[in-house]
Design a protein around this ligand. Structure first.
Ligand SMILES: [Zn+2]
Length: 196
């Protein structure tokens, strides 16, 4: 059984949003069309408290996009984004949600970021996505959404680690930094991932 995982198609990651991914809106029509090809469609949603420590606003001594050590993990400092209950955190209006059976929220813990839809960055807590996919008999996952070089990539890498046959759907994702995504795509393929 094959599942589509739609990562973080939220207003803050679209053009005009707090952490916009250039042309991020262009993935939505591709994702809407793709959904009918899957037995199961699920989504993830970045969902931070206002004082999340991945926000540059919590570290006035640093600049945005600096990388700092946060509780032993390298943390890039982002603009405030996807704050719980805000319009920025909502899934995009234009995303067809009829076939999305479950949404897995991540990034709720102030102390640690969560790029992957499966675990936080320290792998201390699970989101429940793996258990859900297992309970539905899923053996293959295809990952799309935003942003390619962060949450899509880390979700796909964890899926491989969890022994799913895993693909990233290139036409249904966009990166914050395209060069960065090129490097990460190589890592993903080397680890056994497929690019569709
Ligand atoms: Zn975030």
């Amino acid at each position: 059984m094959k599942s589509l995982i739609i990562v973080d198609v939220q207003n803050d990651f679209l053009p005009g949003g707090a952490l916009e991914v250039s042309k991020g809106d262009e993935v939505i029509s591709a994702i809407n069309q793709l959904q009918r090809e899957y037995d199961l469609v699920v989504a993830t949603q970045d969902w931070h408290p206002n004082d999340h420590l991945s926000f540059g606003s919590q570290h006035p001594e640093h600049n945005l996009f600096d990388v700092i050590d946060l509780n032993g993990f390298a943390q890039k400092l982002w603009p405030n984004h996807c704050m719980q209950g805000t319009l920025g955190a909502a899934l995009a209006d234009t995303l067809d949600q009829h076939r999305i059976e479950a949404v897995f929220r991540k990034g709720l813990e102030k102390e640690i970021d969560s790029y992957s839809g499966f675990f936080d960055n320290g792998k201390r807590k699970v989101t429940g996505l793996h258990g859900y996919l297992q309970s539905r008999g899923v053996t293959e996952v295809h990952v799309c959404g935003l942003a390619a070089d962060f949450c899509v990539f880390f979700t796909a890498m964890d899926a491989l680690e969890l022994r799913y046959r895993t693909a990233i759907i290139s036409r249904a994702t966009k990166a914050i930094d395209r060069g960065e995504f090129m490097n990460k795509k190589e890592q993903f393929v080397q680890k056994g991932g497929m690019l569709l």
